[in-house]
Design a binder for this molecule. Sequence first.
Ligand code: NZQ
Ligand code: ZN
Length: 389
Amino acid sequence: MENFTYCTPTKYVFGRGAELNAGSEAKIAGMRNVMVVYGGGSAVASGVLQRVLDSLASAGIQTVTLGGVRPNPTDDLVYKGIDMCRSGGIDSLVAVGGGSVIDTAKAIALGVPYDGDFWDFFAGKVKAETALPVGVVLTIPAAGSEGSGNSVITRIDGMRKISLRTDMALRPRFALLNPELTFTLPPYQTACGIADMMAHIMERYFSTTPDVEITDRVAEGVLTAIIEEAPKVMERPDDYQARANIMWSGTLAHNGICGTGRREDWTSHAMEHEISALYGVAHGAGLAVVFPAWMTFMAEHRPAKIAQFGRRVFGVQSHDDRTAAMEAIEALKGFYGSLGLPVTFAELGVEDPDIATLVAKLHDNKGAAIGGYYTLTAKETEEIYRLAL
Ligand code: NZQ
Ligand code: ZN
């Protein structure tokens, strides 16, 4: 096991009516003049946005709203939000939604106190150290942004989708998680969220660091729970207990606990971000396509951990690592298929992907050699994209 520092400063409030704590939690966090950010309308339709605004008002907190965040959020709304915050004397943000809304709020929070262009942080020119405080009311378990220090924004100029990772600056102060808010999710969004949270664990699990049994077992446990609970939420969208288990899994998958003490990979995420930037697909669906392809490559080149994943998570029996790895991949694809997720580009609705562009942008954004589990150059990432055809 490698040395590590693990700190998740976010305060989680979980359960029915959790969003009603927005006012009290915002007050504890010292928020006085809040921008409330939301998406394309689900938070309005469900009434959660109004409940959050009422809760903030009853705590004596002033609010302005910024709606219209779209999935795979873009920089234009971030610039608009930064201008609004500055002119309105906003001191903090509350995001009501999923990863796209939370990441937009985080990027605004970073940009407001910074003199230059907020994109400098995403371009790697400046280190992100300070930001306005952000609170979260989560409506979809998927991206894990409610507990992560990350923000993923697409720059419209060049459609560059970049994931900014910070240790602390962008960790939300509080996250309010009410599983009932997820009852209204369409089945496809529920499934995409499940694929995303599984990927967050797998990116950390596929590691060459030896002797990380505790972290392996935590990761395998969360994965196993997701696989057991997923069919329940697909069959009965209003099954509170199943929704609660899936919601908490999404947070645990990405708040760092599944990665302690080891090197992580994150190639599949980098490869997927190029797909969702170019084709506008849901991030989780893109991962359901690219992750099995990455694993298929690894079954050939470094099968040991893929085989362990198959044996411990899917009950694969084969003793030979390569065979067990291939069986694991089939089991994973079968699971994704059972949720109605795509596992090929064609099923994703991308009949003829522009692989040359995907590869070029990937290495332009991430460097010539990528990956923690196995180092990949353009030759190999092209092969993996082709395995997803
Ligand atoms: O916009 P509205 O109307 O709210 O609809 C949303 C959206 O269309 C809908 N939705 C959300 N809650 C709902 C609901 N519909 C009905 N009932 C509800 N309760 O779901 C759709 C997808 O929302 P989005 O926020 O885009 O989903 P997700 O949470 O999957 O976020 C995806 C984004 O997060 C990034 C992804 O790349 C992508 O841009 N990620 C962020 C990460 C982070 N910050 O740590 C890590 C992830 O790996 C990921 O890359
Ligand atoms: Zn993800």
